[in-house]
Each structure stands twice: as structure tokens, then as C-alpha cells.
Design a protein around this ligand. Sequence first.
Ligand SMILES: Cc1ncc(COP(=O)(O)O)c(C=O)c1O
Length: 444
Amino acid sequence: MQSFLEEASLRLCKWFANAGQSGPLPAFSVMPEVAPSLEGLTRDVLLDDLQLVMDGSYQPSHPGSLAHLDPPPLTASIVADLICAGLNNNLLAEELSPSLSKLERLLCQWFAKRLGLPSQSGGVAASGGSLSNLMALVVARQYSGLQNDPSAVVFVSKDAHVSFSKAIRVMGLAPEALQCVGTNDDGQILIDSLQSKLLKIRADGKKCFAVVATAGTTVRGAIDPLLELSKFCIDEGLWLHVDGAIGGIYALSQKTAHALRGISYANSITLNPQKILGITKTSSLLLVANRSNLIETFSTGLPYIEPACGDEAHGGEMGLQGTRSAEVLKLWLGLRQLGENGIQHLLEESIKRRMYLEEHLDSSRLRVISGPLHLISCTSKHADKSKSVEWSLNTRKLLLENQFMLSRPFHNGCFYLKTVLGNPHTKSIHLNKLADLLNNSAWI
Ligand SMILES: Cc1ncc(COP(=O)(O)O)c(C=O)c1O
């Protein structure tokens, strides 16, 4: 086992060491045999097969890897993932993961406290932000007593993440249950429109079980006005869920927390440390202001398991998932490797890189949209939809040839190119080159 692990680690380190040599995406990939052979394979053959998969993988540590919210992984987080697999504990129940169940509970409480949630707050880890958002809506609906009401609705901004459409389907609701509210020029939800829409659904005899605020929209990183929304929800007696999958983590740094003022009044919050801190995938948390809401919603009793310690509930009674791995381990060890200063530095630097790029983009040629976080998108200034298709496809290709990988979101009727600046290996020399390529690509 030891030699197998050592050789695998060496190969992984070499993969990272070569990160700068080719671009973010592999030039070509060769697939190994897929089906198991009749007899099991030796260590060396397995490692060679593994190497083929590694050689065909996306490289998050290349400085031009700027397309999505998938930053380079932290070493401590990689190590913890390996140990987690080795321990093979199960977060379903305390007897299957004694220390890890406690660690998850305590770390969720730490996050909740840092975000200013009340003392009875807590949370649960989930395999990704989509699942955290789904669980949040299920809890909100249960709390509102509308779990048997097929006409109940939830309000989101039109820039909210697609996971809410998926959640509505899973919850057995019609597409109209997701009411989309318009945004202002900064990409933030319009509270007046929200108010009118709420009056309208109530006049139609319908009830609302949640308002979703997005803290960090997917295309430009806009943050909805959390303080105003929390006041609105308190006045109207509505559950406020903050989808902070992208931006919620920025509340951890004193220098960036002001953008999230009001998050402490949320009833539930999705956080995705995997998207910015370099915690290996998947790492998402659903935090709730009152952790008994999770238990009331998801607890079924586990008749085949010994009770949990004290008043606490088993991990499998706090959320939708049953058996799950201890994803908390890589989050905890990653945070400990960074320390408070490291977390702050990582968050602030990501915003500085976005500001630097923004300053170097030519706004006479490009329509640039951004927010207070580390995301920025642009499109050719005078392009309509069809021209934006051509521009974005050609420019993305040109950028890939120059070892920059950006994504190509469709937003407000046009294709944009999006840069996510969470990669600490990206330096000003790279951003200068990227800005030149983008500026020169745009029609005047
Ligand atoms: C704002 C927002 N919320 C939720 C999600 C879903 O997260 P995940 O991909 O981890 O399911 C995303 C993904 O990009 C997102 O941008």
C-alpha cells in the first residue's frame, strides 16, 4: 500500500509541476481500457492507466485557467481527501464516523458564527451548491407549512443560479413556482418588483415559501441587497435563503465582509468553499439560523443505527443524503493550512486581480459587467446576439491558443466571455496579455 500511495503521490506532484507547460486543457487525450480485465491488474499497470486519465484532465493550476469557479487545490485539502478515503468513515451516523461527525457539526457552527447567525444556528455539508440550495428550499417550504401546497412559490432574481429550476422540479412544483424578479444595471434584484410580484401572487390566492438572494451571481458576481431583502422578508414573514455559493465565503475576511452586510439575518445560507478557497471538490455547506429546522425537515429516524450523542442528530438526519463521505475533513484541514491571514489574502487578492483586469479592458470596445467580487464578463460593445456568438466563439478559440481558458456564458441576450480570478498563479503579466487579446478582439 505504501509504495502504491508513494508512487501515485509522485505522479500527482509531477502533474502539478508540469502545469505551466501546456494550456489549461490537454492537447489530446487517450482513454485507457474501461472494463475490468478478467484478472486484477498490477500496481504499475494501474498507475499507467491512471496517468492517461491525468494527462487528459483539465489543469486548474495553469495560470490561464480562469473559466470557472474551480481554483487550484490546496495541498492540505488534497491530503485530507486521501485520508478521508482511507478512513472510509460514513457521515450517515455518529457510530460510523465518531470524530468526523463532531468535526462537521463544529465547523458548520464556526462558519455560522462567523457569518453572524444566532447561537442556535448550525448546518450540514452537502455534495455541491445545487444540493445545498435544494435542501434550503425544502427546509423553507416545510418551515412555512406549505409542503402540501402545489401552488406555493419562491422568488429569485432572474440572474439566480439554474440549480433553483432543478430544485423546483425535484420538489414536484410547476415551473411557475419559480418566480423570477428583474435586476438593476448592477445585476441586483429589484425589491420594488419583488414587492409587486408578491402582491400579485397573494391576490391570486398563492403563498410564498422563500425569497432567494444571490450573493455572487454566476456571470458577474453581483450581490443582491442583503440588508434590504432581510428587512423585507422579516416584514413579510418570509424565509430568506442566501445563495452564497460564490460570494458567501467573502464574509470571512474583514476587508471584504462589508459587501455581504445583512447576511446574518438570513434563515439559510449556501456556501461553497470549493469555489474560491481551493478546497477539493466537493465542498459545500448549508447553514441555517436554527439547526432544529434541518432536523424537523429531514429526520426520519434511523431504526438500524444507535442513537447519536446527547441531543445531537446524526448527519444522515440533517439533510437529504444518507451515506456520504466526510467532506468536512478537507475543508477543515485546508482552512487550517491557510489560517485567518491566508484566507483573507486569498480573498482580497482575487478581487484585486479582477480590478486590475477591469482597469485594463477597453470600455470603448467592450461591454464589461462585474460586481464587487472576483468575476468579470465582457462582450464586444456593439454586438447583438448573432455577432456575439461569432465574436465569443472566435475569441475563446484565440484565447485557448494563447493558453487562456475563459467561459462563454449567455446573459441578457448576448454571449459574453467570463473571467474568474480565483487562481493565485495568475499574475499581472498574464492579465496584461489577456486584456490585450480581449481588447484587440473586439470590433470597433
Ligand atoms: C451562484 C451559484 N449557486 C449555486 C451553484 C451550484 O453549485 P454546484 O455547482 O456546486 O452545484 C453555482 C455554480 O456555479 C453558482 O454559481
